[in-house]
Each structure stands twice: as structure tokens, then as C-alpha cells.
Design a protein around this ligand. Sequence first.
Ligand code: NBY
Length: 811
Amino acid sequence: MEQTMELTTDQFIRDFEQTFNEQQQTLLQNATPTELFLALAHTIRQYYTPMWLERNESLSARQEKIAYYFSIEFLPGRMLETNLLNLGILDTVKEGFTQLGLDFTAVKNAEHDMALGNGGLGRLAAAFMDSLATTGYAGFGNGLRYKYGLFKQRIVDGYQVELPDAWFGSLGNVWETRKDHDAVNVRFFGNVYMADAGEGKLKPVYSNAQVLRAVPYDVPQLGYKNGVVNNLRLWDVEIPEEYELNYPTIADRRRVEDITAVLYPDDSTEEGKKLRLMQEYFMTSAGLQTIVKSYLKMGLPLEKIYEKVSVHINDTHPAVAPAEFMRILIDDYGMEWDAAWNATTKVMSYTNHTILSEALEKWSTGLFSFVLPRVFQIIVEIDNRYMAQMGAQGADYARVENTRIVRNGQVHMAHLAIIGGHSVNGVAQIHTELLKEDTLRDFYALTPEKFNNKTNGIVQRRWTQIAAPVLSQTIDKWIGFEWRNDIHALRALNDVVDNPRAQNDFWEVKQLAKKRLADYIEETTGVHVSTDAIFDVQVKRLHAYKRQLLNVMHIIKLYWDIKDNPEGDFTPRVFIFGAKAAPGYHFAKSIIKVINELANLINNDPEIGDKLKVVFLENYRVSLAELIIPAANVSEQISLASKEASGTSNMKFMMTGAVTMATLDGANIEIRDEVGEENIVIFGMTKDEVYHHYETHDYNARYLYDTDPVLHRVINTFVDGTIPRCQSEGSEIFDALVTYNDEYFLLEDFQSYVAAQARVSALYRDRERWMHMSMMNIANSDKFTSDDTIRQYAEEIWHLSLPHAGRHRAA
Ligand code: NBY
């Protein structure tokens, strides 16, 4: 049900001016964008605060079931426009700013991205928060309040340099509220033994444990025009007053603060590993403790907690949850094992985001039992009981052995999440199939009923209404406004994809977005790009499996084509990259360096001119994605088939009218199913062909290099001095591709990629055909709304019902 705040422009101006005067005590004309942003954010806080209070009251009064989404990453980006849009007052506020003579865009840009995540996994968690509030479900987030978000990337001499991102800096996070009364203690280290507690019960006694205080900061999550406010709870660490004497020096205190200092601390050392495990346990334990406490306030029996609580484990980072939940139920509340286990498995569910086994967390039993001695005892007990139970059922011994939690001196976190819960899901159809038939096949054989698919989604409102306002107005013009409230109404666009006037409108919209990006490129890199060229974009984390290098190889091929035939007829292209490499990922950093040097070579060659440009935009992040994605003509989704679990940027590009250059991987397959074969450009091996190579070990990169002259010349370009200033990086790449047999099969897919790119050029020259493709992508993108994805989670995994809607009053 649509419910917007009633707010006139005049009223807004009065509210804003009053807040501004109270807060900033200066003249409006003298204020910096940051001061204006703070005053605006505080004004908005006043608007949503009554809704937030009412939401919490009504959820507890009605004893609604709540799902808690545990994630080490949340990547919301900027919140200002989302909050305004969802309150239904974005246009009113923009109008108010115009009347006050203030620049809304500058104020919006003064907000620092909330970047408590690094890629798709964190962005998905943030999307789910928005969609939970928008659909009205009671779904709360649980994570860490890192002082420094994902590093800020600078490019210096072509190299990635990482700087700390003090995202809330000295201003604080305007959206959050510290909830002191919900603070809890979390214990690490020490010794634990079991003592007689009377009545035949045992209780754990701890000695020398380190006790830390977990303090929550709540960030409101507003639903779209429905008055709903959910909660994202982020934990920060503090030293409990009673233990202050244990930390006499600043260095002592710093070591504690480290727990919530950075996302993914370097784990190449034992110290780093320990810190990561502490982070994961800290957030999980604190979250679960408060969940149990607030459940008990309802006066219901603890054995039945699963009727009111679901806990979702996003990837393996919070996978200690089943064991910690058992500890709380048994040690803190005296429950018997069997009742506790029954409750735990019904409460817990888990999403897997990768088939790369190196990304499924494992801890050495030595480290784990040192940091979390009591939890380790419980895990060993879970593991023993699992073995006994499976044995009693006559399950295949080898399978059970492969699926146990503690094995060969390691604790397998994914195994704990699966055994300790009732649901495991992959994030796209092909990914879930691969989990069943390969990565988790033994689990699938033993407990097939736990497996299900939930294809990812995106917050369509951010990627259209916020990031692409002119596109949104053009959609309004052709099909009306309904799609803004019901994304499925977008399908009406199917009727106009061949209408010449509509095609013309959507072409102009894209040109405007390209102009906006071209200006940014010129401003930040000094490179001039023509909006007549195809804007061909690959933005995502830098990883070998995502194959940015394949894109680079194609660019090198084009470079030689032009050099060989400068007068040839050529469809101009601008290749745009944005990517952060993990600080310890040497090879990924070498690829960044090579892209930048190749860009220098090409962009400064007068013979190449506007035919070809290459741009690497530094510090790719959510707010930059909002500028880049709507400006793309081509969306590069070229991972090796089977490796990209889903991808989500592919969906954002689709929704804003880019044509996807795709392998049959992740959600690309489902995009193809929606738009039809002829409106996407597919190339490369299928997953079965990839797996055939794995089974037969017949892949021979050197043979391909030796026998294909085009490939030969492209690969030699990395090492023959053509690209200056990257000798060592070039030879690393050469070695990866030829000497070490090309782990991600770039060489085999090269010809098919080049041919597909040639098709793109031809298609783009046929403007009618191209606009048909582009608009078909927009018109059929509704499947990928995270609102629908979250409805499936809510109904099929968490078994939530919709809290009674429509009772929430606007401020
Ligand atoms: O999750 C991504 C997948 O690669 C992508 O295909 C999918 O669409 C998305 C949402 O389901 N995974 C991802 O972003 N993973 C990480 O960023 C990540 C980072 C660090 C670690 C593990 C995963 N880690 O163990 O340190």
C-alpha cells in the first residue's frame, strides 16, 4: 500500500532552516555542502524517527517473527537519496533546495559512501535490507561497525595504492543511533572446564578469559513509501569499565579497537587470522545474545524460539552461529542439548556465494580452540553427534566423513552452517546446480531437502530513479508512473521497443548519461572521450576468474588492427574499467598496472585518436557505479563459465539499457532467458565444456599460443616492450597465460570473444537494431528486483508472514 509523507515544500523549507540554524549556527549562504548535508540528514531523521518507534512497538506488541541477516559486509553506499526517495519526498526536497538557491547535487555528493563491504556480497546484503523494509517484512541486519571501510584506491604511476577510508571521519555517521542499553559482553580465550551445577547438570567455568563489550549502533532502513522502518544493527567494541586496569597503555587499547577497525584484515599471518576469527565471533555472539534476550521479553518458552526468530548466515563469515547459539541456549539459559539442537537447526539458514573452495573458510583447530575454547568444545560435540546419527542411519561412510565439521585438524565453517541449519541456498540457478553436483555434492546426497536456489536481485529504485533520473522520466513518458511502485509494470515498455520516437528518446537518454560520465572522465583522468563511441564497461572486483585480462587481450587485438590499417573503417570504442584488487592479491594488482600502461599507450597515440580509448577510473564504489552504469552501452560479464556465482552488476546494466557481453555463467543465463537470445551477446565455453577440461586434463594453452597467430601476437605484446613501464607485470601475465597453462581458459575463449565483439560493433552501427536490444533489456529486467528475491527468502526459508500493514502513520 502506498503511503508517502505529507510534506509541502514550504514546510520542508521551514523544518530545514530551523534544523540548520540549531545545528550549524551560520548563514545558509556561507555553509559548505557538508554542513548542508548534515542539517538535511538531521531534518530527515526527525521525519522518520516517529515511524521507527512505532514500527518497533508494533512488532513487539504483535509478537511478529523476525529474520536476522548476519553479514560481515554491508555496502549501502550513500543513504541520503534513498531515504528521501523512500519517504516519498525526494522531489519536494529538491524543489525546496532550488527555492533556497542551494545545489542539491553538491550536498548529495558531500555524503561519504558507507562502504562496509567490498563487492557483490556486501551490496546484496544492503539491497536485502532495503527490500525487507520495502516489502514490509520484519528483517533486521546484524554486522560490524568498522571504523575504516574498504580501502580507498588511488592510482599512482599506474599502480594501485590503498589508503584508509575513515568513512564517518570526525563528523560521525549521521544516520546511526548508539543503543547503550543493548550492549552485551563477549568472551575470548582463557580456559574452560565443566563443573558440577547440581541436579546432574554441568556448567562451564572460565578462567583468564578476555571480556569485551559489544555496543550496538542502529541504522534505520526505510521502506519505499510504506512507513516501514527496519533496523541494521552494527556492533562496535569497547573495553568494559571493570576491566580497564587490564589495558594500561594506548597500545593495549588499540589491540582491542582493532576488532572493529577494518574489514578483512590481512590474514597472511597468524595474528591476522586470529583477528578475523575474533571479528566474526564478536559480531555473531553479540547479535545472538541480544536476539535471545529480546525474544525472552515476550515471555514465550525458549524451546520455541524458532517460531519467532530466524537467523541467516550470509556466506561463511558468521557460520559460527549454530555453535554459539547452542552455547547460549545451554550454558546461559540451561537448556538440554536435544531441545537446543532442535531450536538451533530450525532457526539457522545459510547462503553460499562461491564454488571456489579456497573461499570456504576453514580454521585450524589449534587457533580455534585457543580463541574460542568453549565454542570449540561444542563444535566437537556437534560433530561427534553428527557422525553417530549418520552412522545410525546407515549413511555412506565416505560421504559422512567428507561432510563432517572437524577434519584433518581444521574446522570447516560451511559444514557447520549446513549441518546446524535447515536451508542452504545458492545465488543463481547454475550456481545452485553446481553446489548440488560438485562443491557440496555429499551434503546434497545426504540432505537434499535443505538445498534451494534464490537468484540474486538488485534495488531497482537506486539504479533507475536515483542513478538514472532522466531515464526514469523517459520511462514515465512512454508507459506512465506505475513502474515506480510496481517494477513488473516495466514490461509495458515491450510495446514500444520498435517505436522510432521511443527509440530516439532512449537513445538521447543514454547520450546524456554518457556525456555526464565523459565529463567526469576528463575531469579525473584528463582523457577526452567521444560520446559517439561505444561505451564498453567492466566494473567489478579485480579477480582472475572474472577475466578482466580477456578484455585487455581484445583491446590489444584492436590496437594492432588499427595500427596495421589506420585508414580502416572502425567502430569507435571507449573501454572503461573500475576495479579494486585485494591488497594481498599480487597478480590482480599487476593487471591494474598493465591496464593503466596500456591506456597511456593507446590514449596518447595520435594515429589511434578517437577510435579507441581506455580508461581506468580509480576508487570504484557504489556512488561511482551510479554514475558509470547508466552510461554503458556494453556490459562486460565475461567470467569463466561456472565461476561467477551470480553477479549483480549484470542486472544493473541490463536495467539501464546496456547490452550484455556474456559467458553462460551465473545470472547471465537468466538474463538471456528474460531478454531472448537475440538481445544479448553470448560467447565462450559452457560450464560442461569447462568441466570436460577438468576431467580430461586436456587443456593446452601453449598449443593455442603456438598455433593461433593472432593470439600469439596479442600475448607477446605483454612482454615485447610495446606497452612501456610494465616489464615484470607483463611477464607475470605471460607466465600465467602460457607457462602455467591459463587457469581460467582465456586463450580458448579468445577467438569467440573477438568474434562476439565484432558482432557488437556491427549491431551498434544499426541504430534501430541496437535500440531494440537496449530497450528489450530495460523492459524485461523486472525479474531481478531484490524485492521479489527477498519475498522468496521470507516465505520459503524464514517462514515470515507480512506484519499487519498500513498502521504506520507518517510523521
Ligand atoms: O557474491 C559475490 C559473488 O562473487 C557474486 O557472483 C555474487 O553475485 C555476489 C552476491 O551473491 N561474492 C563476493 O562478493 N565475495 C566476496 O566479496 C568475498 C570477500 C572476502 C571473502 C570471501 C568472499 N573472504 O573470505 O575473505
